[in-house]
Design a protein around this ligand. Structure first.
Ligand SMILES: Cc1cc2nc3c(=O)[nH]c(=O)nc-3n(C[C@H](O)[C@H](O)[C@H](O)COP(=O)(O)OP(=O)(O)OC[C@H]3O[C@@H](n4cnc5c(N)ncnc54)[C@H](O)[C@@H]3O)c2cc1C
Length: 451
């Protein structure tokens, strides 16, 4: 019952932009008088009298609320914290995501993690990946590269998502993250602030709300963004565990088949991440039984190089997942802006992209650091600068995000070809003779203002 009420509320349309600018004026004029409230993490929470908002029970008043404690949410909170700006993170789950697999992070991701002060801690736990080997399904090597031959400054490591999240969360003051706090309703109130109602009835108002709530973001939906679009293929992922020591060189290993591709990457001395991407006209039913998932994944690559099957067999059940791949193209003039009336999106909530370039999380990290810097500068100048800073964040990040989303989609389509002639040209001409890794990884160059 509570659930259906929540979804009804979340489906309510966004207030029209005109009322937004009115409320923004109100927000600037009436609710940002204090200059100190954003800095100093300890001063974040303040009680307010019920008269400030019409409805009961009383509303807990916050300056900055971040919805979602994934990579985007935690990275944004950590970046703000490093700049002396406090925030409250609301996460629907009971704890940080503990299962899950790993993410490959390139030098743009590492640059941001360094700025957040966690790069070296993570580096010490994960292997540096030296290069990439591409094979055909019969095990024939089509091409190999060394990352540093293409770009001396490139850094590639696969990082366990759980450890990345824990490392980021550990940078935050105690009680910065509220778990079991699922956003159920969002509404702009006449003070210009944003009122958030959680599934358990808790009500909070935020001067700034940062939606980091992932691909099915309720905040993005409320802002008028369309649902992400299924791109026609799904991915199995898992994390193989070798109790003694995994036997593979630290390289990304790809196998290209017809309408099917797979890969594995050593993560640490005992763990190897693997994935299989397969074409499917529809996302298919959600399967939660890991033994079924493992069987399906094995079946897809049963005649492929045996190390892949070996890694799948050594994968603990709780790390196997199947995900339909989706994205959303942020067409200019058609997509809503990234921010609206003190509400702004970061990471997958704003720009879900397919994982074909390994850039979704890297870009979420980039967003976090750019937004935090702009926001803290604006807060120093005065509350009237905030809306401009949020707009600037959107306009600066869009030219980075939009082409990457399209390119990731295009690369995925090329790699999922299933026509035998086209696949033969790909495997015998394009991959061995034409592809150059350097230009393909140029998007990992990213500069930003230090925190
Ligand atoms: C198969 C696959 C492989 C990938 N590989 C890579 C890779 O190698 N490298 C890379 O950089 N990226 C990769 N990505 C992309 C990466 O996983 C995402 O871009 C990244 O996780 C986005 O982080 P996020 O914090 O924006 O969203 P999420 O990780 O989805 O976090 C959103 C958080 O918000 C919470 N939330 C949602 N709704 C609510 C609500 N109503 N109330 C409160 N909390 C809520 C969720 O519980 C969650 O904790 C891959 C993605 C896929 C699907």
């Amino acid at each position: 019952m509570a659930k259906s009420l929540a979804s009804l509320l979340l489906n309510s349309p966004l207030s029209p932009p005109s009322s937004f600018s009115q409320s923004l004026h109100h927000l600037q004029a009436k609710t940002f008088p204090q200059s100190q409230s954003y800095s100093g993490v300890g001063t974040r929470t303040k009680p307010i009298s019920a008269s400030m908002v019409e409805a009961q029970p009383p509303v807990r008043k916050e300056d900055i609320i971040i919805v979602g404690a994934g990579i985007a949410g935690l990275a944004t909170a950590v970046s703000l914290h490093r700049l002396g700006v406090g925030s409250l993170v609301l996460e629907q789950a009971e704890s940080l995501r503990t299962g899950g697999t790993s993410l490959t992070l390139f030098k743009n991701g590492w640059g941001v993690l360094d700025a957040m002060g966690v790069g070296n801690d993570l580096r010490s736990q994960f292997l540096e990946i030296q290069g990439m080997v591409v094979k055909s399904e019969d095990g024939r090597e089509l091409r190999s590269f060394r990352f540093k031959d293409e770009d001396e400054s490139q850094e590639v490591r696969a990082v366990e998502r759980r450890i990345l999240l824990e490392t980021l969360a550990n940078q935050l003051p105690t009680d910065s993250i509220h778990f079991s706090s699922k956003l159920a309703k969002i509404e702009r109130i006449e003070t210009g602030e944003t009122l958030l109602e959680l599934e358990d009835g808790t009500r909070l108002s935020g001067k700034i709300v940062i939606g980091c709530d992932g691909i099915r973001s309720p905040v993005a939906k409320w802002m008028g963004f369309s649902e992400p679009r299924y791109v026609g293929h799904c991915a199995f992922r898992g994390l193989g565990f070798f109790p003694e020591r995994m036997p593979y060189e630290p390289k990304v290993n790809y196998v290209y088949g017809r309408g099917l591709r797979a890969g594995y990457v050593p993560v640490s001395p005992t763990k190897v991440y693997w994935f299989i991407c397969f074409n499917s006209p529809s996302p298919g039913p959600k399967i939660t039984d890991p033994s079924v998932l493992k069987k399906q994944a094995r079946e897809l690559v049963r005649n492929w190089p045996s190390e892949l099957l070996n890694i799948i067999d050594l994968t603990p059940d709780d790390t196997i997942i199947r995900t339909p791949l989706v994205d959303r193209w942020l067409w200019p003039a058609i997509s809503p802006p990234a921010s609206s009336g003190g509400v702004v999106l970061v990471g997958d909530a704003w720009h879900p992209m397919t994982p074909n370039l390994g850039q979704g999380a890297c870009c979420a990290l980039e967003d976090a650091v750019v937004l935090a810097k702009k926001l803290s500068d604006a807060l120093r100048l005065g509350p009237e600068s905030v809306e401009g800073a949020l707009r600037l964040y959107g306009s600066e990040r869009w030219p980075r995000i939009f082409p990457l989303t399209m390119r990731a989609n295009l690369v995925g389509s090329l790699l999922q070809w299933d026509n035998p002639v086209v696949c033969s040209v790909r495997n015998n001409v394009i991959v061995p003779k034409l592809v150059r890794l350097g230009p393909l990884l140029e998007h990992t160059n990213f500069e930003f203002e230090p925190l």
